[in-house]
Write a protein that binds this ligand. Structure first.
Ligand SMILES: Cc1ncc(COP(=O)(O)O)c(C=O)c1O
Length: 403
């Protein structure tokens, strides 16, 4: 039946639904679909292990029968929780038990659960700035006071974190948590040093707060040495750590997790009443990963390393030293400080004309205004030809976009 008249829900909206992210000062004009998809952090669609997933689906159904299609365990499919333990042991080098793991609908869901558990409107949450725009929007639904802390080459500035925590203490308040993306920070690219990790843990302890450690890309390291995770270093139950299969298997599987101390997992679990997260796909993913996880991750590292290196090479060729370009050891993104005097709106217009999509800097700041002199490029979702052509065209646009 066609809907003749749409009733308006606007007068009945919840306070949460009325909360709005800050309006962007930059507007993308033109409606031609981009050809060079450097905006979102989509994994390479050609890397999806299609045939092996078909095989894993068959195996999961054969071995688990009708149970595979029933409602699931509130904490998630046990096989996947065991796999997260194995993955943590292999890639992070520390032991956890299944009682530390709650399966979620991607790590975005895990990050929301941290807010469900801890954040009321107006509550202080400390976040790196810049930080992943999706998480900032995720947090904004809860109406927190987002308190930005800047980054340097070692990651989050712990001296600034302490200043902010002291200010809150003087007001008789405590931060609900400190949000940090530890590896190949999205968007800025650096990996948090061990020294900063230790300092952050000390600060969480001293000011009696928690750390929300987001590690969406940890396995996708193409150079440099891994640094132990905050969760693995923590001895005081101060860290909740989120992870995901989105980047190493496929964002469409919508599977992630939160690691937390055993006594906190049931509290997170109580915040989700969904009949178990993706019980069927959890089985497919588990059967696939049990057989192929290591070789697949190794293959992805090769694919993305080549893409990263090519984009960096073309940026160097096109911009030389006029711009500051991040050199991440992993992940999907390159963060560029534009040459002095670049007009950000003019750049967006010139790039749109050239059918290039990227994310302007302000999306990554809590105030939605800072970062006009930065852009983020994703190299993950384009093939090598697209990276070569698109980056060269973008460099041309940057050179033309002087104010
Ligand atoms: C830093 C970071 N955290 C979390 C996510 C959320 O990913 P998902 O919900 O697909 O697990 C992303 C996705 O791009 C990300 O870049």
């Amino acid at each position: 039946m066609d809907v003749v008249k749409t009733a308006s829900v606007d007068t009945l909206l919840s306070t949460r639904a009325r909360l709005k992210p800050p309006a962007s000062r930059l507007v993308a004009r033109g409606d031609v679909a981009p050809l060079y998809l450097f905006a979102g952090g989509q994994p390479d669609p050609y890397s999806f292990p299609y045939d092996d997933l078909v095989e894993a689906t068959r195996e999961a159904l054969q071995k688990e029968g009708r149970g595979a299609l029933s409602y699931g365990d509130a904490l998630g499919y046990l096989g996947l929780r065991e796999l997260v333990c194995e993955k943590t042991r292999y890639y992070e080098g520390f032991e956890i038990s299944v009682d530390n793991v709650l399966i979620t609908n991607g790590s975005s869901h895990a990050l929301s659960l941290a807010c469900d558990l801890l954040v009321d409107q107006g509550d202080p949450v400390i976040t790196e700035a810049p930080a992943f725009s999706g998480t900032l929007n995720n947090f904004r639904k809860y109406g927190p006071q987002l308190i930005p802390v800047s980054l340097d080459q070692e990651g989050i500035r712990t001296d600034e974190v302490e200043e902010r925590l002291k200010e809150l203490q003087r007001e008789g308040r405590r931060a609900k948590f400190i949000y940090t993306i530890v590896n190949f920070q999205n968007p800025a690219g650096m990996t948090q040093s061990l020294r900063r990790r230790t300092e952050l843990l000390d600060l969480a302890d001293k000011y009696d707060t928690f750390i929300l450690e987001d590690d969406a890309y940890g396995e996708l390291r193409y150079s440099g040495e891994a640094v132990k995770s905050l969760f693995g270093l923590d001895t005081n139950g101060r860290v909740f750590r989120t992870g995901t299969l989105s980047k190493i298997l496929g964002a469409g599987v919508r599977l992630g997790w939160i690691l937390a101390p055993k006594d906190v997992i049931p509290k997170f679990s109580a915040m989700k009443t969904d009949g178990g997260t993706n019980p069927f796909v959890s089985r497919v993913a588990t059967y696939y990963l049990r057989k192929h996880m290591h070789e697949h991750i190794e293959e992805l590292r090769g694919v993305y390393r080549q893409k990263r290196d090519l984009m960096l090479e073309r940026l160097q060729a096109g911009l030389g030293d006029s711009a500051t370009v991040s050199h991440p050891d992993g992940g999907f993104f390159i963060w560029i400080r534009l040459p002095e005097g670049t007009d950000p709106q003019k750049l967006l217009d010139l790039a749109t004309e050239r059918r290039i999509a990227y994310v302007p800097g302000p999306s990554f700041y809590p105030d939605g205004v800072s970062g006009l002199d930065h852009i983020r490029l994703a190299f993950s979702n384009s093939n090598l030809d697209e990276i070569r052509q698109g980056t060269d065209l973008l460099c041309e646009a940057i050179r033309l976009a002087r104010g």
